[in-house]
Write a protein that binds this ligand. Structure first.
Ligand code: COA
Length: 260
């Protein structure tokens, strides 16, 4: 599939996906959401790829939100469908991928852009980044999971304030809130994320996928995360990666999880 709105680059164990509509500050229209879904699925299914990095093109924006021009005349039914389709194809899809997705937040991450970063497994920001959920200033509310994931990540009171004021926080504040894990210069952002990806890539891909599942379980309504952990912990003992990881440790050698 040829992409129009994104760039896809696979290099050794890292797939880098870049939202590429810089003239619109990388705003997410439906086409971009579909292309991101396709590229993420492809990266997740590629055996060589161990980590996915998601970023925006240019030095100004990660993603400045859902494309406002696309939904300006929507009614209730269309609004619901927009949110449901986006959550299924992109936001929940990313959260539940078995490969880690790191958001490299290289500038504005607003509305759907911050929601996209929050759906990723964790976030690193450059020092020029600005984040917020300004939807109430447009007369709507966040619809791509923002009212749920922002309180999970920074706490209910801070999320209430950020959403209700439609305000923006800078990278330093986002770091203090725990919304991003690290802040770097713009030049260092991708190399820094790649270094974290290299560390992840040394570990068992099967166990990594399982850990993501167990961590996510604790945030799903009606699911007992501890019970899911017990179940998945037990299942780990039946995997080839467990056999390899433990024997490598006992034989004092580096584990080889390539499966070759
Ligand atoms: N949807 C559609 N287009 C968008 C967009 C969005 N979310 N965000 C930016 N753009 C477009 C602008 O319309 C403009 O297009 P144009 O050149 O054809 O007029 C272009 O991107 C550049 O943006 P501009 O507003 O000129 O840049 P700026 O530096 O003055 O301001 C922002 C930057 C991020 C503060 C401003 O673009 C903004 O507030 N964007 C909307 C953020 C938002 O509310 N997101 C939540 C949506 S639910």
């Amino acid at each position: 599939m040829g992409y129009r709105a994104i760039l896809f680059e696979a290099n050794k164990h890292i797939a880098t996906i870049t939202v590429n509509r810089p003239q619109k500050l990388n705003a997410l229209n439906i086409e971009t959401i579909k292309e991101l879904h396709h590229a993420l699925k492809k990266a997740n299914e590629n055996k060589k790829t161990k980590v996915i990095i998601l970023t925006g093109s240019g030095d100004k924006a990660f993603v400045a939100g859902a494309d406002i021009s696309e939904f300006a005349d929507f009614n209730e039914k269309q609004g619901k469908q927009l949110a449901a389709q986006g959550q299924e194809l992109l936001f929940n899809f990313i959260e539940n991928l078995s490969k880690p997705v790191i958001a490299a937040v290289n500038g504005f991450a607003l509305g759907g852009g911050l929601e996209l970063a929050m759906a990723c497994h964790f976030r690193v920001a450059s020092d020029n980044a600005k984040m917020g959920l300004p939807e109430v200033s447009l007369g709507v509310i966040p619809g791509y999971g923002g009212t749920q994931r922002l309180p999970q990540l920074i706490g209910k009171g801070r999320a209430m304030e950020l959403i209700l004021t439609a305000g923006m926080i800078d990278a330093k504040q986002a770091l203090a809130y725990g919304l991003v894990n690290h802040v770097t210069t713009q030049e260092e952002l991708l190399p820094f994320c790649e270094k974290i990806a290299d560390k992840i890539a040394n570990n068992s891909p099967v166990a990594i996928g399982t850990a993501i599942k167990a961590i996510n379980a604790g945030f799903k309504a009606g699911v007992n995360g501890y019970a899911v952990e017990i179940d998945l912990f037990g299942k780990s003992f039946e995997t080839d990666d467990f056999a390899e990881g433990t024997s490598a440790f006992l034989e004092k050698r580096k584990a080889d999880f390539s499966g070759d």
